[in-house]
Design a protein around this ligand. Structure first.
Ligand SMILES: [Zn+2]
Length: 272
């Protein structure tokens, strides 16, 4: 492999690509230690290779690949020489007389590798973007299905509604309201309501924080166990509430609450 005083350019490239055998590699190492010009040449080759190697993932070379690669490298100069009709000369002579011609195909290969790497990188970026988008979709789908589940549970006729109180107390009518002023969303869950006289209904009211008239928020009647719920009645958006109230009204409901207020709850400062 090494003819004359210096290491051929081809061998330096193979050395830089770690494609030499152990023995060959050791010989190059030994030569580089006491040579002035070959290390400079190797540094230039490494610089070119670094450009290509920068973002390439390292993989183990398949068995036999190194031999095939070596054979191809060995065969290539002969074909070239046959084509241009020059006699076979020592590698050392090629190096000094036609160095650049060795570099042209090498740089073309390097350029193609670089293009492949950049395309691979672009595809990877697109794949990452795609994965990120489907993550967002999956999160939204999960949130929607959770909301559906909550709604189904709250509105299921078969759901048992239980109010936990101190053991000695006699059950009293209670209700819990969840209200989001921003969207006008409201859910009321009432328990232990007294059964109503015919032709009457319970009516829920939102008492606005700005002092305006109470807003009717839905009619409801208790089931046999005294439970009832109001889920997402049509309400204006963006009305902060001061309190909620429940009254008994005539069956079709009223425009304004009729005293007495049977159940009421003030919204705390923290909004709970
Ligand atoms: Zn040398």
């Amino acid at each position: 492999m090494m003819q004359g005083a210096h290491i051929s350019q081809e061998d330096l490239i193979l050395f830089a690509m770690q494609a030499l055998s152990e023995g060959e590699s050791a010989a190059v190492h030994a030569h580089l230690k006491h040579c002035d010009t070959c290390p400079t040449e190797l540094a230039q080759i490494n610089g070119d290779l670094a450009l290509v190697a920068m973002s390439v993932e390292q993989h183990a070379v398949p068995k036999g690949a190194r031999e095939r690669f070596m054979n191809r490298i060995e065969a290539a100069p002969n074909e070239e020489q046959e084509l241009i009709g020059t006699p076979v000369v020592a590698i050392d002579t090629i190096r000094t007389s036609s160095g650049p011609s060795v570099w042209i195909p090498w740089m073309a290969v390097a350029a193609m590798l670089l293009v492949s790497i950049l395309m691979g990188w672009h595809i990877r970026t697109l794949n990452e973007e795609l994965r990120r988008q489907s993550d967002v979709l999956a999160t939204e789908a999960a949130a929607n299905s959770h909301a559906q589940e909550v709604l189904q549970l709250l509105t299921a006729p078969a759901a048992k509604r239980v109010t936990l109180i101190t053991s000695k107390a006699k059950p009293v009518p209670t209700a819990r309201a969840v209200y989001l002023a921003e969207s006008g969303g409201l859910i009321l869950q009432a328990n232990d309501l007294e059964q109503l006289a015919a032709g009457t209904t319970y009516e829920l009211w939102v008492i606005p924080a700005n002092g305006q008239a109470p807003i009717p928020a839905g009619l409801f009647k208790p089931d046999a166990a005294g439970s009832a719920s109001v889920v997402l009645p049509p309400l204006p958006k963006g009305v902060p509430a001061k309190a909620f109230g429940v009254t008994v009204e005539k069956a079709e409901g009223s425009a304004a609450p009729t005293a007495p207020i049977l159940l009421s709850g003030a919204v705390s400062a923290s909004g709970e």
